[in-house]
Design a protein around this ligand. Structure first.
Ligand code: SF4
Length: 474
């Protein structure tokens, strides 16, 4: 019988007052055995919640009284209490297959579970989706979902997923859209396989079969130095330009047919193609921001607004379902790593910055290209020398340049070459519960760093602290 382990209880919350403690296992809520936090939340919304709890091997009933819709005040250890549905595909471009050995186990989890798609925005191929899943999604309106399309040609899709079920599983997409579920799609493009004429055919297939799709992101495959797939290689500049060109051409067709652009190339494509990013309003609301689509323009807009003193809603990893309900950390499913705060209050490992001069912004190689045009204005705001500290990703190697995949060892090497006494700003996207992807903590870094939320306004706030830091203490 699946059980939900309580990770923590908010002091003074209804659960705390009812005597629930960290480490308790919830076996049933209102008499229902639960598979996941979605079902838990539906039950926990009631004004009177009857919990069957196991503590130290003993089972007991606890009743919590609260306002209907109010939180119980529990944080659960996992979002899925039974088993996460793992994928039955063997995609040659799968990044999990390209991870070095010896990383923490959760990073190797190949989930293909519609619940994690709903909760965290993970993409699912639907190859293991069932009639019962469909009924649940529609019945409970688990929307939006995120679906990996890759190709609409059945043979090409089966080849890309290395799974014959890949040829037919998009029938579920048709049914989900027909039932009014909001779905966002993704195409991972592998040069020579699903670009060129295949990409055109896929986008035509989307227009023909899935016109209700909310958005479609087109992203390049990542190839780490640990890939064992000889067919998988990074795009050339010409190939990246061809993909961007195809996306723009199809945006015009979708706009003419549907009144919206629907398809968007990821920021990484514009960097690979050495092309300017489209204007922010060309992303139609950046609905796949977390998938790296429109992130650069959004970040730029946030920085410029913050420098001008304007208020702008900052974007971030959407906490979605967990924003308002009892939740579970996404650890082990994917990595929304962003802290909720803007800037850490004290630089890690440093007591004083008196006399510090420069500010180094630590970032990945691709992030450096996004930030470079903003550096002069940031320097002016700080009244100090602001520079980028681009970190080469030696850990993964290959064409991996995004900031979110930096490891502690690589950040440490980059910082070792930087002068002591300067301030160093580290985006929180590189950390998950205080650890880098390689398991290292901030203790491995040879320079003190300040952790900054990965949005433009937080960066400007961190830069603006320069005057405060320079001011001599009492
Ligand atoms: S579906 Fe996702 S997790 Fe599974 S093999 Fe393909 S890329 Fe990897």
């Amino acid at each position: 019988m699946p059980a939900a382990r309580v990770l923590s209880v908010a002091p003074g919350s209804p659960a705390d007052e009812a005597g629930i403690a960290a480490g308790d296992e919830i076996l049933a809520v209102n008499g229902e055995q639960l598979r996941d936090v979605i079902a838990y939340q539906l039950q926990a919304d009631a004004a009177e919640v009857d919990l069957e709890v196991r503590r130290g091997g003993l089972e007991q009933q606890l009743v919590v009284h609260k306002q209907e819709g109010a939180s119980l005040g529990l944080e659960l250890a996992h979002a899925v209490f039974d088993r996460v549905q793992t994928c039955d595909n063997h995609c040659p471009f799968c990044f999990i297959h390209q991870l070095p050995k010896g990383m923490r186990r959760s990073l190797y989890l190949q989930d293909d579970d519609f619940r994690l798609s709903f909760l965290y925005g993970n993409f699912t191929t639907l190859t293991r989706f069932t009639e019962a899943d469909f009924e649940r999604v529609v019945g409970e309106r688990l929307s939006p979902l995120y679906v990996s399309i890759h190709a609409t040609d059945p043979d090409v899709r089966a080849r890309l997923l290395r799974n014959r079920r890949g040829a037919t599983s998009l029938r579920w997409l048709e049914l989900l859209l027909g039932a009014g579920i909001e779905v966002h799609g993704q195409i991972v493009v592998c040069p020579g396989i699903n670009d060129g004429a295949v990409l055109d055919d896929t986008l035509l297939g989307v227009l023909d079969r899935f016109p209700e799709l909310a958005t479609l992101g087109v992203v390049p495959l990542g190839v780490s130095a640990h890939s064992r797939e000889p067919e998988m290689r990074p795009h050339t500049i010409a190939e990246a330009r061809a993909v961007v060109g195809a996306v723009h051409a199809w945006q015009a067709r979708f706009a003419a047919a549907l009144g919206r652009r629907l398809v968007f190339a990821s920021d990484e494509y514009y960097l690979l193609a050495e092309l300017d990013f489209p204007a922010l309003d060309a992303y139609d609301g950046c609905l796949q921001h977390e998938n790296g689509i429109g992130m650069a323009r959004t970040f730029e807009a946030e920085v410029r607004a913050a420098l001008a003193g304007d208020d702008i809603a900052t974007t971030g990893v959407r906490s979605g379902f967990f924003a308002a309900v009892d939740g579970a950390p996404a650890e082990g499913y994917r990595a929304p790593r962003r802290a909720r705060t803007g800037v850490s209050t004290a630089p890690h490992g440093c007591q004083s910055h008196a006399g510090s001069r420069g500010i180094g912004i630590v970032t990945g190689e691709l992030g450096a290209r996004v930030l470079a045009p903003l550096v002069p204005a940031l320097g002016e705001r700080a009244g100090a020398d602001v520079r980028l500290v681009p970190v080469r990703n030696a850990f993964f190697g290959g064409n991996i340049g995004v900031t979110g995949l930096l490891t502690g060892a690589d950040v440490a090497s980059a910082l070792a070459a930087e002068p002591a006494g300067d301030r160093y700003l580290l985006p929180d996207v590189v950390l998950s519960r205080g650890r880098f992807l390689d398991g290292e903590t901030l203790a491995v870094l040879p320079r003190p760093v300040e952790i900054v939320a990965t949005d433009g306004a937080a960066l400007v706030r961190a830069i603006a602290r320069q005057a405060e830091i320079r001011r001599p203490g009492p």
